[in-house]
Design a protein around this ligand. Structure first.
Ligand SMILES: Cc1cc2nc3c(=O)[nH]c(=O)nc-3n(C[C@H](O)[C@H](O)[C@H](O)COP(=O)(O)OP(=O)(O)OC[C@H]3O[C@@H](n4cnc5c(N)ncnc54)[C@H](O)[C@@H]3O)c2cc1C
Length: 366
């Protein structure tokens, strides 16, 4: 018989969204568990060796990996019970979740949940995309920055958003030659600060180009790229080959929403937010009472906004649980909401603002 471990709140995912949620809940006096399938807290931050851009109050100028350390220490000091190497496999009736750790099942239950599971990398369809040497860009970052392993000798990156640009730069820092970055859009999507860095290194950025095929017997040996027309279809006769042993795909992320579907949350498809995302109110509570979301699972954005959303969701969950001083919690929630608004106010926040507006319209329509 598997015994049930009960908490006031369970935070699923210990990344930049989950950590502040757990910290706020514990600060308000709730009994909190935080579960992450990795062996270390921090989520994507653990591989981000570059200094952060984004909001000053969200630690811009500090390395992502250091932000992870600061938040993890605070969570432990506040008494959050942390389960590492533990995967939440299912969300069942009566608010029970099943967790696998060390090949054993743990049954847990909470009055409030914050789901902060992040996002997974998107794949591209082209011949031989399963050859060893074709990686998601995040996987390259994990290999280099977490395990100290070089993915190969010469790489081609697909995607010139921030992730493609940053990882191309980090590949060169690690001693890997980057033959080119190809981008299907007519313009570089990432911030100019990152684009300038790769340009200074002499890496060509081929806009309006895509990968059409990878060649090799047991691993990647060569890649073909081609120019694309306005509908992003390859233009025959424009193909060119690059001899590379690594192809990195930085073509977007999809929210990891499986647990939300299982819990019965109302979901909507909003491309600007990365795919299917949960309908939620201004406190990030979903259509399931007491189930909150924060970070990339609620719409792919950035660590700065993930931290603020985590804070807001944690405070709102504490309020729901009747923990903390009502006026203090409400004041802190208002501050987090205003900071989120100002973070999303500029041109960089345009896409997410439109995505959130579309989600609100979709939710109203049904
Ligand atoms: C290469 C790269 C560079 C970036 N640079 C910046 C930057 O400079 N500035 C910035 O603001 N943002 C940056 N970002 C974006 C930022 O990292 C993400 O937006 C942010 O990490 C999202 O936080 P999160 O907590 O929602 O998700 P994550 O960081 O992905 O954390 C989710 C956590 O949930 C865990 N998890 C998932 N499913 C389960 C499950 N079923 N059971 C248990 N645990 C689970 C995962 O193991 C993970 O630890 C970058 C992203 C990448 C990929």
């Amino acid at each position: 018989m598997i015994s049930l471990r009960a908490y006031d709140a369970i935070v699923i995912g210990g990344g930049p969204a989950g950590l502040p949620a757990a910290i706020e809940l514990a600060s308000c006096g709730a009994k909190v568990a935080m579960i992450d399938r990795e062996d270390r807290l921090g989520g994507q931050l653990t591989k981000q060796t570059h200094m952060f851009f984004g909001s000053q109050s969200q630690r811009a100028g500090t390395r992502g990996v250091d932000i992870a350390g600061i938040l993890a220490k605070e969570a432990l000091e506040k008494g959050v019970e942390v389960y590492l190497g533990a995967t939440v496999l299912g969300y069942y009736d009566d608010r029970v979740i099943a967790v696998e750790k060390d090949e054993r099942f743990i049954k847990m239950k909470a009055t409030a949940y914050v789901v902060a599971t992040g996002a997974s990398e998107k794949m591209l369809a082209f011949p031989n995309n399963d050859l060893p040497g074709v990686y998601g860009a995040g996987a390259i970052q994990t290999l280099m920055n977490v395990h100290g392993v070089m993915p190969g000798k010469r790489a081609l990156m697909v995607g010139a958003g921030n992730i493609g640009l940053i990882i191309s730069y980090q590949l060169v820092q690690a001693g890997v030659e980057v033959a080119a970055i190809v981008e299907a859009a007519p313009r570089i999507g990432g911030y100019w600060v990152h684009a300038s860095k790769v340009r200074r290194l002499g890496i060509p950025v081929l806009t309006s180009h895509t990968v059409t095929q990878v060649h090799g017997t047991d691993a990647v040996e060569r890649v073909t790229v081609a120019r694309v027309d306005d509908s992003w279809s390859p233009v025959p006769g424009t193909e060119r080959d690059f001899d590379v042993d690594v192809v990195g795909l930085a073509v977007g992320l999809s929210p990891l929403t499986e647990l939300l579907w299982q819990a019965g949350c109302a979901m909507r498809f909003v491309p600007a937010l990365g795919g299917h995302v949960p309908v939620r109110n201004e406190n990030l509570e979903t259509s399931v009472d007491g189930l909150f979301v924060a970070g990339d699972v609620a719409g792919v954005e950035e660590a700065s906004s993930a931290m603020l959303e985590g804070r807001l969701a944690g405070l709102a969950a504490a309020l729901k649980l009747g923990r903390g001083s009502v006026t203090g919690v409400m004041k802190a929630m208002e501050e987090a909401r205003l900071e989120l608004e100002s973070l999303r106010a500029g041109p960089v926040g345009d896409k997410i603002r439109k995505g959130l507006e579309a989600l609100a319209r979709e939710a109203m329509a049904s």
